[in-house]
Design a protein. Structure first.
Length: 180
């Protein structure tokens, strides 16, 4: 069975995942919703994560490591030496292209993978490996930044699976990727 790529990401209301400098201070300043377990429930559906180096650097700045699954960081500039000791068993660096990485993950028995980071999401979407996209819209306008989606060669049709609002005022929408 081919690998299923899943996206779970927050954006500002104007569609940015980070500021130009990759800062997500606008997201970190939002109130937490202790009733919202959607991230934890989502994590139970994946075998591991693939993220870009900018996303990796960002999550290293969090108070604690938030992942309990293996993480593959796609990077041509990072090396094993860039992984802090406290997560070396959980994180690996790869410079494989999308097709080769997917083959490698399938060979390890992965069937579902969390794809994180703008460029990585875009490359997996372009290669046809994203099946599900969950976007949590945060009620803040930041004006400019890094968009979730870049240019695409042709339309990609999505089918709405669900949409809900949270107690913190976020709107979370889940889509199935239908195709071009």
């Amino acid at each position: 069975m081919p690998i299923s790529g899943k996206v779970f990401i927050a954006t500002s209301l104007d569609g940015f995942i980070a500021r130009e400098d990759h800062s997500i201070d606008w997201l970190m300043n939002q109130p937490e919703d202790p009733e919202d377990r959607s991230f934890h429930e989502f994590m139970e559906t994946v075998d591991g994560l693939v993220m870009g180096s900018n996303s990796f650097r960002t999550v290293l700045g969090f108070k604690q490591w938030i992942y309990n699954k293996p993480v593959v960081v796609l990077s041509k500039s990072l090396s094993k030496a860039d992984i802090p000791d406290w997560i070396t068993g959980d994180v690996e660096i790869s410079n494989l292209d999308v097709e080769s990485l997917v083959s490698s993950l399938e060979a390890r028995g992965w069937s579902s993978v969390y794809i994180d980071g703008g460029a990585v999401i875009q490359s997996f979407l372009k290669a046809g490996y994203i099946e599900e996209i969950t976007i949590t819209k945060i009620p803040v306008l930041i004006g400019s930044g890094i968009p979730l989606f870049g240019e695409i060669e042709s339309d990609i049709q999505l089918e709405l699976i669900s949409s809900k609002s949270t107690g913190a005022g976020f709107v979370q929408t889940k889509y199935k990727v239908v195709g071009e």
